[in-house]
Write a protein that binds this ligand. Structure first.
Ligand code: NGO
Length: 544
């Protein structure tokens, strides 16, 4: 199905236009804008090449000498009769207006001769799936076509990066806004491309979560996993067990006595809707049977001796366990899962399962054999840390691989029974690891993770026996023992999250550190313009 690309190539050739053909993914190099462009079209030398996008698109074909000019008369046209497409167009227009100062009306039909960015459904191309898109940039118009609105949204994320960096300025910038001519065919390698935020160790407010959603979705990340309970605090309202939040979401429940904080159901639903509008699905996590001290502080009946443990605000792990033989435990777990499932439209519900060192192995398996099917009872797919693969019931679940080893026979065996895996190896994908010994934030138990370490690994060969077909995707956990503010979150997430996002979206054939690091270096000023904190890694040559 290289047809659209070919026809554009032929059309350009027929017009006698010089071609800069990069027909395969492997050629997604950070090409400098053709020199001829600058003089002839008036485009400035900072016109981003079509191949400069993060994550690297599947196929890129750039036409030298053709550019689209976004001007005061440009309109955005969206698929008639599709409110979702219109919403994508409206959002895109809102993103373009502050820097350009243009009106950019969003309409279902465009008059002739008016420069148009068209966001249209009906791509009729199975390769694109639900999230892919096809884009052609000509002198008079840009057309993005997709099978589903999610693909149109992805296309607009690409267009934002193809505009000059000043597009991210919050105030008007007087300049010419051009986009390089050519075509892109693009779709994700993996269905699941996740980011993660630990709400339990330090609570992050709804506004901070939303700001993170905005930033991750720019890199086509489509899931945000929220870790909502741990030994220190409980961060989501559960009506049938109200003390979880009145007691364990209160003052002093964060690490080192910080806090308070929890999400009300209304706040949670609002975050879910905000993320959904950006094609990000929220995955809630309640950690069990370990990491439950905060629940037991609020409800002593969740311990085997009925005695409330003291609240904990240190960062020890592996000391708490639900009482596996008690029916109260399963009443609690089912209530929590039921209420959580009812406010979560996404498919996945994460039930933790990590580091249950205070739960004997046989008890752990018995617990997971009861709990994993409970998630299915409420219409969700169970998701848990890789320890859940010890339980046969995990064959219908998704396991998140977080260990550092390259072999794990238990996970490999589960894969043969049908378990799907999300790859988050802690020594590569954990965004809470320090970059190097001088990083002021973060931990180092899994090692130091510079940008190259976060990017330079291959999900389908990382873990023995867990190949491409077993992998649902990748996720970048960001635990918050040391992170308090949004600035802290951003400093640890960026730029590494961009690397993990590329591993999740781009074909393996595009994987190339030289290309990625050059594209990242060019991207830096965009974070600066949006006032997003990031670590200026010495591995990258940052553009000003
Ligand atoms: C581990 C642990 C978490 C810590 C994190 C810190 C998992 C799955 N359990 O990862 O409780 O916060 O490391 O890096």
């Amino acid at each position: 199905m290289a047809k659209p690309v070919m026809s554009r190539l032929l059309a350009a050739a027929a017009l006698g236009l010089p071609l800069v053909a990069t027909p395969t993914a492997a050629s997604a190099q950070p090409a400098a804008p053709p020199a001829a462009l600058a003089g002839r079209s008036g485009a400035s030398s900072d016109l981003p090449a079509l191949s400069s996008v993060i994550p690297a698109p599947v196929e890129v074909t750039q036409f030298a000498g053709t550019t689209f000019r976004l001007g005061p008369a440009t309109i955005i046209r969206t698929q008639p009769g599709s409110p979702e497409s219109r919403a994508v167009g409206e959002r895109f227009a809102r993103e373009l207006r502050p820097a350009t100062g243009y009106k950019l009306p969003v309409v279902p039909v465009s008059p002739r001769f008016v420069p148009t960015i068209a966001l249209l459904l009906g791509a009729d191309d199975a390769r694109l799936g639900d999230e892919g898109y096809r884009m052609s940039v000509g002198a008079a118009s840009i057309t993005v076509r997709a099978n589903k609105p999610a693909g149109l949204y992805a296309g607009t994320r690409t267009l934002l990066q193809l505009l000059p960096k000043e597009i991210d300025s919050p105030t008007p910038v007087r300049r010419v806004w051009r986009i390089a001519g050519g075509s892109i065919v693009d779709y994700p390698r993996y269905a699941y491309r996740g980011a993660f935020l630990d709400e339990a160790r330090h609570f992050h407010t709804p506004d901070e979560i939303k700001a993170y959603v905005d930033e991750i979705s720019r890199f086509k990340v489509n899931y945000l996993h929220l870790h909502l309970s741990d030994d220190q605090g409980w961060r989501i309202q559960i009506d049938s067990w109200p003390k979880l939040t009145t007691v364990s979401g209160g003052a002093g429940t964060g690490v080192d006595g910080e806090g308070p904080g929890f999400l009300t159901k209304d706040q949670y639903r609002e975050i879910v809707a905000y993320a959904a509008a950006r094609y990000v699905t929220i995955v809630p996590e309640i950690d069990m049977p370990g990491h439950v001290n905060a629940a037991q502080v609020a409800y002593p009946e969740l311990t085997c001796d009925g005695v409330a443990p003291p609240p904990r605000t240190d960062t020890e792990v592996g000391y708490s366990s639900l009482c596996i033989g008690s029916e109260t435990t399963y009443r609690f777990v089912e209530d929590v899962i039921r209420e959580l499932a009812a406010m979560t439209p996404g498919l996945y519900l994460h039930v933790g399962g990590d580091e249950a060192h205070a739960t004997p192995e046989a008890d752990y398996i018995a617990f997971e054999q009861r709990v994993l099917p409970l998630v299915a009872k409420y219409g969700k797919t169970a998701y848990g840390w890789n320890e859940i693969t010890k339980a046969p019931a995990a064959s219908a679940a998704v396991a998140q691989y977080w260990n550092t080893d390259t072999t794990n026979p238990t996970v490999a065996a589960a894969v043969t029974r049908g378990t799907k895996v999300v790859m988050s190896p802690a020594n590569q994908a954990y965004l809470d690891m320090k970059y190097d010994p001088s990083t002021p934030l973060g931990l180092s138990w899994a090692g130091y993770i510079e940008v190259r370490t976060a990017y330079d690994w291959e999900p389908a060969t990382r873990l023995a026996g867990v190949g491409e077909s077993a992998i649902l995707g990748v996720e970048a956990p960001l635990w918050s023992e040391t992170l308090r503010s949004l600035d802290d979150i951003e400093f640890m997430a960026f730029p590494r999250l961009a690397g993990i996002a590329e591993l999740g979206w781009s074909p393996a054939s595009t994987h190339d550190w030289a290309s990625f690091s050059a594209r990242l270096g060019a991207y830096g000023p965009r974070w600066t313009l949006r006032d997003v904190n990031f670590y200026p890694s010495p591995q990258i040559t940052w553009a000003q």
